[in-house]
Design a protein around this ligand. Structure first.
Ligand SMILES: Nc1ncnc2c1ncn2[C@@H]1O[C@H](COP(=O)(O)OP(=O)(O)OP(=O)(O)O)[C@@H](O)[C@H]1O
Ligand SMILES: [Mg+2]
Length: 1013
């Protein structure tokens, strides 16, 4: 409640006790209207819940809502039926006292819906085991069954409960629902045989006809048309738009199974329901004084379904058993008597079956745990509210009597609890003026003098007792009572609105005129003995339980309906008195079952009949508001510097400090033992407004504080994380470094040791060093390998690797050679081969050989048309006579060397005839080709000179295959000049090349000295 105190102007107050003008009915209704407009259907009067039927589905019964109200204080959340349910549940659990919730209101106000909501709340929120789940299911499923058999469409409510219901829900010590028990009150049996226009019989008849399977209907002899049955057509209302009989039938069938009805039981139950319909169709004919049944088939069906003998049934429906002078006689009934006997049977069968049904449900809900009563109970009373119609009969009399009793209990308990609270808190009780309706209850129920006693007397006395004699008796006995009036006793004004056959009771809720017609019959509720006898012999097991044979042998007249009702009410009061009550007062907003319509006249009427103003007055007699100190202080402590942010001392001192600071005047409040009592709502509202203003500044402060705090926390968290990461990382680095150092030190140590032992055999001490030396040698070698074959450099290996180094060196060289060779093309190869041959012939033998090495050998090709030489080179030929030099060309062909002069062949020397070649060891280019002297063609050896003597002679040696035939001479060369003559060439070193005939006739060759030699 506190949470919405500030929204009070728009949505009204959540608790009527906070209404400033609490005595004003208009203010009360205005508050209801404001809230109803906002779909706020619940309002408190203290702890009493006022509920206005919204006639539409509001989204306020979800599981979330249930959770919101679970275990929460009554006034912390907005008013709700769940708050009442939860409060009762918690009181039961904490105080260990049985609870009851009394739901009242007029027809259609939402009592049954409220009781279902409470049941659902417990089913969902209470702890459950598998066994408990079965009980929960049965508790929930008992509703559709009881509604099918006990509810009907009336003008006021499409699903009107036509019986009163008190249901106990039993909880074990863990708070789980473990059982239940239902007591039913005064079923409106007359509805079985008659319905007002626009109303229906009990739902089950229509459900069976609409929803029953074909086979079932055939078995029961029923047709799928309610209009066929006399008991269903009176109200002329077989269909109701808000009811789906077919689907309801399925629900009921399933519910019967869940509750534990066997197939046989269901069959027998339905046989009875069908039999009531057949009974209604039993037609009488014959003479007026001697009724007989005209519908033979009907009676046969009926007998079969009831499990009784046809003849006996037929006789019982048309005759009455009279005992005269100890003899039993059968007296025929007239048509009217027979019809009423039939209807009486229908009512009795249905009424007793209904009671059997309740008992059967009770059996299935029985707590099977420990037989000693170690469970707590919450009772739910869903009972008819005060009824005032145009025509009020015996039923309204009973119902209003019941409400009178409940009002009495309510006043007593509310006042008592109020008084108890004041007493407990040590506050002086200020007596409250209220209307005590005991006087009316006494008027109805007092022994010998009360209306019920007089009615019973009229029913029992011999002679011609009638409804009117009953009325006269009433006038005689209670005529002077201030709450009783009849036409005869009334003043002129009242007479105008009263019939002569009526009596008026001035109930606490208002005046009601009751028409006495039918009172005696309804009170007697008689069923002829022979009908009872037939029913007692039924083969239907349910009926045998309903019609007990002992009833027949019992000579004592059964209690009348009113006396039974009175007794059951007394029992109910006893039950309720033993429990702590909570109240739900239901109001219906309009008669047309429309949502959103707020009919003020109708509501005022109900506010009056429900005694809500009286209730409010009692509740507000002393103080409008009371709260426990801790709750009050907790809520408002921020309004006083002394109590904010916390009060450490005694709670009452804290509250005193607070209210003093707020400026409460002494008459405005009182301090109890554990609670503060505030007399006027306006004091509370002023405090509430101050809190609202304070909340804003507090909220800003809190926000700032919170933001700062949360940022600081965030920063701290980040900082700590950064430090942790840093420390961790530093640790890793340090560990790595230390490990590095350790390894380095080890390495150095090993190195030094290895160095010391390096000359020893390989052993653990030196193996590292040796390996390292090897390794570094190899690594060094890798970097410094010779670049080419001529590069002879090679790192010095350690001793251990001398051999391997040598292998490697060779391999390296081979490899270089190999790769060099691979790169050589055929031409170069040829060149090399020639160079090799040149080397073989001339190396270290002829002076100008070294100069020839870097020069490539050429082909010196000249074009000769008639030859095809492999080599050609210009040469100088010295002839034999006078050694005159002549320019010639030396051509080497495949078979011969040819000396030519400008393309003209001058001389051919076949290689085969070439005896040898002579050349000097000096640097000149002179050489001699020796040919056989006997060869005339040749005319002696040939003396030639070439600038490329090494090249020329190498090629000639190759072509002629005369490698070994080259003579290198020192000093001089002899040669044949033809005709047996011999020439000599003398070689001398000189400054420059000079070839001339010497005086001695020799050819003199001066060869230049070369640096190389
Ligand atoms: N809280 C609610 N929310 C929505 N509709 C509701 C609520 N309460 C009642 N109703 C509607 O009002 C109809 C009548 O309610 P309900 O049957 O509970 O009345 P009642 O007080 O038990 O009447 P009766 O005395 O005739 O049995 C319901 O069928 C339903 O349509
Ligand atoms: Mg109801």
């Amino acid at each position: 409640m506190e949470s919405a105190l500030t929204a009070r102007d728009r949505v009204g107050v959540q608790d009527f006790v906070l209404l400033e003008n609490y005595t004003s009915e208009a203010a009360f209704i205005e508050n209801l209207r404001k809230r109803f407009k906002e779909n706020l259907i619940y309002t408190y009067i203290g702890s009493v819940l006022v509920s206005v039927n919204p006639y539409k589905d509001l989204e306020i019964y979800t599981k979330n809502h249930m959770e919101r109200y679970r275990g929460v204080n009554f006034y912390e959340v907005s008013p709700h039926i769940y708050a009442v349910a939860d409060n009762s549940y918690r009181s039961m659990r904490t105080e260990g006292k049985d609870q009851c919730i009394l739901i009242s209101g007029e027809s259609g106000a939402g009592k049954t819906e409220a009781s279902k909501k409470i049941l659902q709340y417990y089913a969902v929120t209470c702890p459950a085991s598998e066994q408990v789940q079965t009980v929960k299911d049965r508790l929930l499923q008992s509703n559709p069954v009881l509604e099918a058999f006990g509810n009907a469409k009336t003008l006021r409510n499409d699903n009107s409960s036509r019986f009163g219901k008190y249901m106990d829900i039993q909880f074990d010590f863990k708070g789980a629902p473990v059982g239940g028990h239902i007591i039913n009150y005064l079923l409106e049996k007359s509805r079985v045989v008659h319905q007002n226009h626009g109303e229906r019989n009990f739902h089950i008849f229509y459900q069976l006809i609409e929803g029953g399977e074909e086979d079932l209907l055939r078995h029961l002899g029923l047709e799928r048309n309610p209009q066929q049955y006399q008991y269903l057509i009176k109200g002329n209302c077989p269909k109701v738009s808000s009811i789906n009989d077919r689907s309801d039938w399925k629900v009921v069938r399933k519910a019967l199974t869940v509750i534990g009805f066997s197939e046989n039981e269901v069959e027998e139950l339905l046989n009875i329901i069908a039999s009531v319909l057949h009974l209604g169709n039993v037609q009488y004919g014959g003479e007026d004084s001697n009724a007989c049944i005209t519908s033979d088939i009907q009676i046969k069906y009926l007998a079969r379904l009831l499990g009784v003998n046809v003849t006996a049934l037929t006789e019982a429906l048309t005759h009455k058993k009279i005992i005269a002078k100890g003899e039993e006689l059968m007296s025929p009934l007239n048509l009217e008597q027979a019809s009423s006997a039939r209807d009486a049977l229908a009512k009795a069968v249905y009424g007793r079956t209904f009671t059997w049904l309740v008992n059967k449900i009770n059996t299935s809900l029985t707590y099977t745990g420990d037989s000693s009563k170690n469970y707590s109970v919450i009772g739910l009373l869903d009972i008819y509210g005060f009824e005032v119609f145009q025509h009020n009969s015996f039923e309204q009399f009973c119902i209003n009597y019941c409400n009178e009793k409940l009002q009495q209990l309510f006043i007593e308990l509310t006042l008592k609890s109020e008084q108890d609270e004041y007493e407990a808190e040590g506050i002086t009780w200020e007596p409250v003026q209220y209307f005590n309706n005991k006087i009316i209850c006494d008027l109805v129920e007092e022994k010998f003098k009360g209306i019920i006693s007089i009615l019973d007397e009229e029913c029992l006395r011999p002679g011609d007792a009638s409804d009117l004699t009953f009325l006269e008796k009433l006038e005689d006995t209670v005529g002077g009572h201030p709450h009783f009036v009849t036409h005869k006793l009334a003043d002129a004004k009242t007479r105008k609105v009263m019939g002569r056959d009526e009596f008026r009771l001035l109930h606490y809720a208002g005046e009601v005129n009751y028409n006495v017609n039918g009172f005696l019959d309804k009170n007697n509720d008689l069923l002829f003995r022979n009908l009872k006898e037939v029913m007692c012999m039924s083969e239907n097991k349910i009926l045998t339980q309903c019609f007990n044979r002992e009833e027949l042998s019992d000579k004592k007249r059964p209690d009348t309906a009113a006396t039974q009702f009175k007794a059951s009410l007394a029992k109910l009061m006893e039950i309720l008195m033993s429990k702590e009550p909570s109240y739900v007062r239901c109001i219906k907003p309009n008669d047309s079952k429309q949502s959103g319509r707020f009919d003020e006249v109708l509501i005022r009427h109900q506010v009056k009949y429900l005694g809500l103003m009286e209730n409010l007055r009692v509740r507000r007699a002393g103080f409008a508001y009371r709260r426990r100190y801790e709750v009050f202080l907790q809520r408002y402590k921020s309004l006083c510097p002394g109590t904010w942010p916390n009060w450490d001392g005694k709670l009452s001192d804290g509250v005193s400090t607070l209210v003093k600071h707020l400026g409460y005047k002494p008459e405005e409040y009182k301090m109890g033992r554990s609670k503060i009592f505030i007399r006027f709502p306006k004091t509370l509202f002023a405090t509430e407004d101050a809190l609202e203003t304070r909340k804003h500044s507090l909220a800003t402060k809190l926000q700032a504080g919170w933001k700062g705090y949360s940022q600081k926390c965030k920063y701290q968290k980040l900082r700590n994380s950064a430090i942790a990461v840093q420390a961790w990382w530093r640790g890793i680095l340090a560990r790595r470094r230390a490990q590095h150092r350790r390894q380095a030190a080890n390495t150095i140590r090993r190195f030094i040791k290895g160095f010391i032992y390096r000359h020893k055999e390989r052993c653990p001490e030196n193996e590292y060093f040796l390996d390292y030396v090897r390794y570094s040698f190899l690594m060094n070698l890798r970097k410094n390998l010779p670049k080419n074959v001529l590069d002879k450099s090679w790192p010095t290996p350690p001793a251990a690797l001398t051999e391997a180094s040598e292998h490697l060196r060779k391999m390296c060289m081979q490899n270089m050679v190999w790769s060099y060779c691979k790169k050589i093309n055929p031409e170069w190869k040829h060149q090399m081969e020639q160079k090799m041959i040149a080397s073989e012939i001339f190396k270290d033998k002829k002076d100008n050989y070294p100069q020839s090495v870097p020069k490539l050998f050429h082909q010196h090709l000249l074009i000769f048309l008639c030859f095809c030489p492999q080599y050609a080179v210009p040469v100088t030929k010295y002839d034999r006579r006078g050694y005159k030099p002549r320019h010639r060309q030396l051509l080497l062909t495949a078979n011969s060397a040819v000396i030519a002069e400008e393309g003209k062949l001058k001389q051919r020397i076949d290689y085969g005839t070439l005896k040898g070649i002579s050349v000097s060891s000096l640097s000149d280019g002179v050489f001699v080709l020796h040919v056989p002297s006997e060869d005339n063609k040749q005319k002696g050896d040939v003396v030639l000179q070439s600038d490329h003597v090494i090249e020329t002679l190498t090629k000639l040696a190759i072509c002629a295959d005369k490698i070994n035939s080259i003579n290198i001479n020192q000093g001089s060369i002899k040669f044949t000049m033809g005709q047996g003559k011999e020439g000599i060439i003398d070689f001398t070193p000189g400054s420059e090349l000079l070839v001339a005939k010497a005086k001695n006739g020799h050819l003199s060759v001066t060869a230049p000295r070369l640096n190389s030699r």
